[in-house]
Design a protein around this ligand. Sequence first.
Ligand SMILES: [Zn+2]
Length: 65
Amino acid sequence: MESPCCPSCKRAVSTRPENPFFPFCSDRCRAVDLGRWLGGEYRIAQRTPDEDEDGEAPAPEEALH
Ligand SMILES: [Zn+2]
């Protein structure tokens, strides 16, 4: 029976009960993979500051109520 491989370093990993980091072999490999994934995701999802500030500004009159 083949053991699964760590997606990050391709080494054999043990499965869940004994390996809390499954499917990764270690916390480090999990962080590496997560960082890679988030890095790409953030670049796409990042909003431009302009877009936020050009949105509806709260009416000054309402704030004075
Ligand atoms: Zn690994």
